[in-house]
Design a protein around this ligand. Structure first.
Ligand code: ADP
Ligand code: MG
Length: 735
C-alpha cells in the first residue's frame, strides 16, 4: 500500500465505520487529526490501576482484575445480566454490569485481567462504571509494556482509538521535520516522525518523555514564531514620531507635579519617551500593581504625543472608569487641560469624554472635538472603537486594564490610518512570566515594581461568617469606626440582584466571577445541600441601611444603573457625600478615592484571587491604613477558604496571579490567543514549561530576525499554522 500523509482523510486508511465514529465523536477527520490525538496517560500493563484515584463523572480507562462475576436474570427483559466486580492492587472494588451476560461470562471470569472503560459513578455506596466496556489483556499478541489511554467517548473506547492509531501509523510516511536539525540536536529532541510514533506506542518511559518533549517544543516554538512575526510586522509599520518637545505641555506638567515620580515611573517614562520618538509604532505593556501610579505614566506619554501635534485616546473597560479617568486627568492637568476655557494655561489642551451612552448633544460635541483635533486627549469606552468616531490625527492609544480587551479590539482602533498609532497597554493584573511570554508576547513589557512612598499597608482578614456569626457584627462595627474617623468604605457583592430576578452571568458586572455562569448555582450541590445564590447589591443594601449601618450615608453602584446615575453616585462618593458604597465589581478597576480605607467583600469565595487583590487595591490609597475584610460562609478546610487565606496572607500580586493560573483552566488563558477551530496547543503548559517557552522565544526571535517572512522555512510556517490556526496566521499576514 502506498504511504499516506497527515492530510489524508481517515476514510481510506480506516474503514467507514471507524472513520465516521472518530469524526462524529471526537471531531477527528484526517490522519493528522488522529495522530495529534495524543494519549492522555499510559497505564503499565503489568500493574493494576489505582481505583482510589478515579474521579466521579470521569470517563475512565483502568487495568483491573475480575474478582467476582455473577450471572442473573433481567427483571423486565429477556437475557442475562453479568455483574462483575473488578479490583485494584489494594483490593478496592468497582462494579460493572454488562447486559449481554451470556456471551461475556466466559471472558470475564475471576482472575482475568482486562482494560475496563466507562463513566465513574456511585450506586448506593458502591463505586461503579456505567455503560462499561472492556478489552481483555490477551497474552501473546503484540504485547507492549504500556497501554496508551486516549481521551475517549461513549461507544468509542480508548482501545478502539488505539487500534485506529496503530493502523494509521503503520501506513504513515514520516512527515518532513519542520525543525531545523541544529535546533533539534541542540535541544536533544527526537525527529517528528519518531516522536509521533513514540507518543502513541512507547516501549519505555523514556520514550514517551522524549516524544512529549519534542511535541511540546513544537507547540512552544509555533506560538513564539507567531508572536515574533506579529512583533516584527507591527514594528515595521510606519508611525508618526513624537519626540519630546522642550518647553512643551509635558514639561509644564512635570514642573507642576505635586509629587516626585518614583524611580520606576521615571524609568518606564524614559522607555516610553524613546519609543514615541521612533517612526515605528510602540507596542508596550506597563504592568504595575494597583496604586503603582500607572495613570501618571500614561498621561505623560499622552502629553508627549499632544506636544507633537497629535491626539491620544485612552480606552477604559467601563463607563464608570472612563468617566473617572477623564475627571482625574482633568484634575491632574488643571489649567493645562482647560483649552478653550477662560483660565486655560497657554499651552493647554482639551480632554474629551466619549462613552456610548452620553446624551446626544454631549456626544456630538465630543466627536466634533476628536474630529477637529480640538481635543488632544480623548477618553472613552468601546464606543470610541466604533467606526463613527474620527480623529484628526491619532498618535497614541492607551488601553487601561488590558485583561478586559481582546487583541482584535485593541487593534481595531489602531488599524485605521496609514500611520499606526503607538500603543500603550496598562494592566494591574500581575502577569506570570509564561503568560507575559505568550498571551502578551507581542508586546514589550515594562514593570512598575514599587508603590509611591507613603502608601499605607492593607490588612486583609478572612471573616468566617458561617462559623462565627458574631464576627459579622464586628464587621459592621468596624465600618462605623472607619466612618467615625472621617473615612469611607466599600461593600462589594458578587451580584446586582433586583427585579430582573435572574441569577447567573447576566446578573453580574463581571464575566470572571467564579460559579456565576454555572447553571447549577442555587441548585443542589454534590453533597445534596442547597447552596444559596450569591449576595446581591440590591438585596443587601436596604437591609444594611435599615439595620446595622443605620445612620450612615449609603450609595449603590452597579453596572445596570443608567450612566448618569452611575456618574452621580461616583461623584458623590468622591466628594465624601457618601460614607458607604455598596457595589459590584464595577469598582474593581481604577476607581481612586484616597479617603476610602475600608473594604468589605461579601461572599468573597465567589471571586478570583487576582480579582480580590484588585478590589482591595481600591483602599489604602491615601495616607490612612486600609483594611479589607473577606466575608465567607465557606467552612475552614475547604479549598475556597484556602484561597481566601492566600489572599489574606500576601500582598504580592504576582504570587496570587500564579496561584490563579494554577486554579484556572490554563487552556482558557492560552485559548484566548487562538480563534475558531480546535486548538493546536495540546501539551504546552504555562505552569510546567516556562523554560521551554523562554528558550523557544529566543530561537523564534533569532529565526525571524534573519528570515522575516519565514520564506526560507516553509516547515516552520506550517508549524505556526498548526499551532495558532490558519485564521490567526492569515490575520498575521494582514497586520
Ligand atoms: P494605578 O497604577 O492603580 O492606576 P494610579 O495611577 O491611580 O494607580 O495612582 C494611585 C494614586 O497615587 C493616585 O492618587 C496618584 O495621584 C498617586 N501617585 C501616582 N504616582 C505617585 C508618586 N510618584 N508619588 C505619590 N503619589 C503618586
Ligand atoms: Mg489605574
Amino acid at each position: 500500500m502506498s504511504g499516506i500523509d497527515l492530510d489524508t482523510p481517515l476514510l481510506g486508511p480506516l474503514g467507514k465505520k471507524a472513520a465516521d465514529a472518530l469524526a462524529a465523536k471526537l471531531d477527528l477527520h484526517t490522519v493528522g487529526d488522529l495522530v495529534r490525538h495524543y494519549p492522555r496517560r499510559y497505564v503499565d500493563r503489568g500493574k493494576l490501576t489505582d481505583i482510589a484515584g478515579l474521579e466521579m463523572g470521569e470517563h475512565a480507562t483502568v487495568v483491573a482484575q475480575v474478582s467476582k462475576a455473577t450471572l442473573r436474570d433481567m427483571r423486565s427483559r429477556r437475557g442475562k445480566l453479568l455483574s462483575v466486580m473488578i479490583r485494584d492492587e489494594r483490593g478496592r472494588e468497582l462494579n460493572c454490569t454488562f447486559f449481554n451476560g451470556h456471551k461475556l461470562q466466559n471472558l470475564l471470569t475471576p482472575g482475568k485481567r482486562a482494560l475496563f472503560s466507562g463513566k465513574v459513578s456511585m450506586y448506593g455506596k458502591q463505586l461503579q462504571l456505567t455503560h462499561p466496556e472492556f478489552e481483555p489483556l490477551e497474552e501473546g499478541e503484540d504485547i507492549r509494556p504500556f497501554v496508551s489511554v486516549y481521551p475517549a467517548a461513549d461507544k468509542l473506547p480508548s482501545w478502539d482509538i488505539a487500534r485506529c492509531v496503530r493502523i494509521v501509523l503503520d501506513q504513515l510516511d514520516d512527515p518532513t521535520d519542520p525543525l531545523p536539525v541544529e535546533i533539534r540536536r541542540a535541544q536533544g529532541l527526537p525527529e517528528l516522525g519518531r516522536a509521533l510514533r513514540r507518543i502513541h506506542l512507547p516501549e519505555t518511559e523514556a520514550d514517551f518523555h522524549a516524544a512529549r518533549a519534542r511535541l511540546v517544543w513544537d507547540e512552544a516554538l509555533g506560538v513564539q514564531l507567531a508572536l515574533a512575526l506579529r512583533r516584527q510586522r507591527a514594528v515595521q509599520r510606519p508611525a508618526a514620531a513624537s519626540p519630546r518637545k522642550p518647553g512643551g505641555l509635558l514639561d509644564a506638567f512635570d514642573a507642576a507635579l505635586p509629587f516626585a515620580l518614583t524611580a520606576g515611573q521615571r524609568e518606564v517614562g524614559e522607555e516610553i519617551a524613546a519609543d514615541l520618538a521612533r517612526e515605528h509604532p510602540m507596542n508596550r505593556l506597563v504592568q504595575g500593581d494597583v496604586g503603582a501610579g500607572k495613570t501618571v505614566v500614561a498621561l505623560r506619554a499622552m502629553l508627549q504625543v499632544v506636544d507633537g501635534g497629535r491626539q491620544a485616546a485612552m480606552l477604559a473597560p467601563t463607563e464608570v472608569l472612563a468617566a473617572q479617568h477623564a475627571r482625574s486627568l482633568r484634575a491632574m492637568l488643571g489649567a493645562l487641560g482647560r483649552a478653550g476655557e477662560l483660565d486655560a494655561a497657554e499651552q493647554a489642551t482639551k480632554i474629551a469624554l466619549l462613552t456610548g451612552s452620553l446624551p446626544a448633544a454631549a456626544r456630538r460635541q465630543a466627536m466634533l472635538d476628536a474630529q477637529s483635533g480640538e481635543a488632544g486627549i480623548i477618553v472613552g469606552t468601546h464606543a470610541l472603537i466604533q467606526d463613527k468616531v474620527g480623529f484628526a490625527d491619532l498618535g497614541l492609544v492607551v488601553v487601561d486594564e488590558q485583561h478586559r480587551f481582546g487583541v482584535e479590539q485593541r487593534d481595531a482602533l489602531r488599524g485605521r490610518g496609514e500611520r499606526t498609532p503607538h500603543l500603550l497597554v496598562m494592566t494591574a493584573t500581575p502577569i506570570p512570566r509564561t503568560v507575559a511570554m505568550t498571551v502578551y508576547g507581542d508586546l514589550e513589557v515594562s514593570a512598575l515594581r514599587e508603590l509611591p512612598k507613603g502608601r499605607s499597608p492593607i490588612a486583609t482578614t478572612v471573616v468566617p461568617a458561617g462559623e462565627k456569626p458574631s464576627w459579622l457584627q464586628r464587621v459592621w462595627q468596624r465600618i462605623h469606626e472607619e466612618v467615625a474617623e472621617g473615612h469611607q468604605v466599600y461593600i462589594v457583592c458578587p451580584r446586582v440582584g433586583g427585579a430582573t430576578g435572574k441569577k447567573g452571568a447576566a446578573d453580574t458586572d463581571d464575566a470572571d466571577l467564579i460559579d456565576l455562569e454555572d447553571p447549577d448555582i442555587g441548585a443542589d450541590s454534590d453533597d445534596g445541600s442547597q447552596r444559596r445564590a450569591p449576595l446581591a447589591v440590591l438585596e443587601v443594601a436596604p437591609g444594611l441601611a435599615e439595620g446595622p449601618l443605620q445612620g450612615l450615608r449609603l450609595g449603590v453602584l452597579h453596572g445596570k444603573l443608567p450612566p448618569d446615575e452611575k456618574d452621580t453616585v461616583m461623584r458623590a462618593f468622591e466628594a465624601g457625600e457618601l460614607d458607604v458604597l455598596v457595589a459590584t465589581t464595577v469598582i474593581e478597576v481604577g476607581v481612586d478615592v484616597p479617603n476610602s480605607t475600608g473594604m468589605v467583600i461579601l461572599d468573597a469565595d465567589r471571586f478570583g484571587l487576582s480579582q480580590l487583590h484588585q478590589l482591595r487595591g481600591r483602599v489604602g490609597r491615601g495616607s490612612a491604613p486600609g483594611v479589607c475584610l473577606l466575608v465567607t460562609d465557606m467552612p475552614s478546610g475547604t479549598t475556597a477558604r484556602e484561597r481566601l487565606d492566600a489572599v489574606a496572607g500576601t500582598t504580592d500580586g504576582f504570587e496570587l496571579a500564579k496561584l490563579d493560573l494554577e486554579l484556572r483552566r490554563e487552556g482558557d488563558v492560552l485559548g484566548s490567543m487562538q480563534s475558531g477551530r480546535r486548538s493546536g496547543l495540546r501539551l504546552l503548559s504555562l505552569l510546567r514549561h516556562e523554560k521551554v517557552i523562554s528558550t523557544a522565544r529566543a530561537y523564534a526571535a533569532e529565526i525571524v530576525a534573519r528570515d522575516p517572512e519565514l520564506a526560507g522555512h516553509p516547515g516552520l510556517m506550517a508549524l505556526v499554522d498548526e499551532v495558532v490556526g490558519e485564521e490567526q496566521a492569515e490575520y498575521l499576514e494582514k497586520v
